[in-house]
Design a protein around this ligand. Structure first.
Ligand code: AMP
Length: 395
């Protein structure tokens, strides 16, 4: 794979595929511009090198239909503010109008195209749609890590029609940090996995147990493991059909000498609401009709001690239902310990990212992945189609 800083961009028409899939309120205002900011190093670099910058992105799921609610217009305004220069917004992403605009821009000018998903061909990885996009540029730059696990015309098929295809700095960072953590980690390598269900992350757990030195499981999924060990878990989220899988992971950990950690206590409530009556209890004593919604203080102590000697930590999934205040402490405490450890720390997944930001510790994490699904698929050891396409057709 080649990267944007290995090629000549001067006066070239450079199409940068980004992920401006930002959250918006009902009024169409961007409520969090983190995803736009994540691409600034790549965009600014292209501007500095005198490229004619053409940016393409998706927003939401308009399913091949034009819709004001999914327009990228607000992103053009925000991008313009962030870059401190004009950004020309074109209300289409292929066709005569776009070709004309692209032919008229000067070096270092920036165009943002309308939502790629207004065309059904985008999500279908349609070569005809990709050819239309390819007509707009001399160089293709993929910077949209968060969608690289899904084949789309703008991240996979397009690489067959543009001569020079490279990765931008965001994609480069994602790959570099992932490799540091998983391919050649400085050990001990510790994985912390949480979130709601075992079934969503079974592939990840199976891969991790082969690679890490310690595996820490928290969040809702821990109750399936506890049940598999014979504990009563009350009304806690528990997947009966995953008990054998959970046992298998624990056995694998044992045979490989991987130290495996589960919560020893939890925060329980009868209902998952902000005004619920809550108490802490050992996992052996979850009352009938109550559910575990966060890790308890003894578990925080245990997990924080377990990561003390870590040289590399990889974390995906919250330790509890952290969106609700009474069940957020365990996750936030773990954010604090991970952020203040001396390890290389890599956090991935939408919810874990949100928790780290909410806790105000994001600056102390070595790398926060911009990919939820893409990050999990990398962790599972899968090859991501967009990355594979760049490697094959990098040119
Ligand atoms: P995931 O997308 O799999 O990482 O799961 C994240 C979701 O898991 C969050 O919305 C949390 O509220 C939820 N979650 C974490 N711990 C628990 C728990 N003990 N019980 C129910 N839901 C939980």
């Amino acid at each position: 794979m080649r990267y944007i800083d290995q090629i000549n961009l001067k006066d070239k028409r450079v199409f940068i595929r980004v992920d401006f899939n930002v959250p918006m309120d009902e009024g169409g205002n961007i409520t969090d511009d983190t995803r736009i900011k994540a691409h600034l190093p790549t965009i600014n670099y292209a501007i500095e090198k005198g490229a004619k910058v053409i940016i393409g992105s998706h927003l939401g799921r308009p399913k091949g239909k034009r819709s004001e609610a999914f327009s990228l217009k607000a992103c053009a305004k925000r991008l313009s503010e962030l870059l401190g220069r004009d950004v020309l917004f074109i209300d289409d992403c292929i066709g005569e109008k776009v070709l004309k605009a692209v032919s008229e821009i000067k070096s270092s000018d920036v165009i943002l195209l309308e939502n790629l998903r207004f065309y059904i061909g985008e999500e279908k990885n349609d070569p005809e749609f990709a050819k239309e996009l390819a007509k707009l540029c001399d160089v293709y730059v993929d910077d949209a890590f968060a969608v690289s696990h899904r084949k789309a015309a703008s991240n996979t098929a397009i690489t067959e029609f543009v001569e020079v295809c490279v990765a931008g700095f965001l994609l480069k960072n994602e790959i570099t940090y992932f490799n540091k953590a998983m391919k050649e980690p400085v050990r001990p390598l510790i994985a912390i996995i949480g979130g709601a269900k075992v079934s969503d992350k079974i592939g990840v757990l199976e891969t991790l147990v082969e690679k890490v030195n310690k595996l820490i499981v928290g969040g809702g999924m821990a109750f399936t493991f506890l049940k598999a060990l014979g504990y009563e878990v009350g009304n806690s989220i528990c997947e009966e059909n995953m008990l054998d899988m959970a046992k298998g992971i624990m056995e694998k950990a044992k045979t490989r000498g991987v130290k495996f950690y589960l919560p020893v206590d939890c925060v329980v409530a009868e209902k998952a609401t902000n005004d619920a009556v809550v108490k802490n209890c050992p996992v052996q004593e979850i009352p009938k009709g109550w559910m575990g919604l966060d890790i308890g203080p003894a578990t925080v102590t245990l997990f924080s001690e377990a990561i003390q000697d870590a040289k590399t930590i990889i974390w995906n999934g919250p330790m509890g239902m952290f969106e609700l205040d009474p069940f957020s402490r365990g996750t936030f405490a773990m954010v604090f310990y991970v952020a203040n450890s001396h390890a290389l720390t890599i956090v991935g997944g939408g919810d874990t990212d949100t928790a780290v930001h909410k806790a105000g510790e994001s600056d102390k994490i070595s790398y926060i992945s911009t990919g939820g699904g893409a990050f999990l698929e990398l962790l599972e050891g899968k090859t991501l189609p967009a990355i594979e396409a760049l490697e094959r057709f990098g040119g």
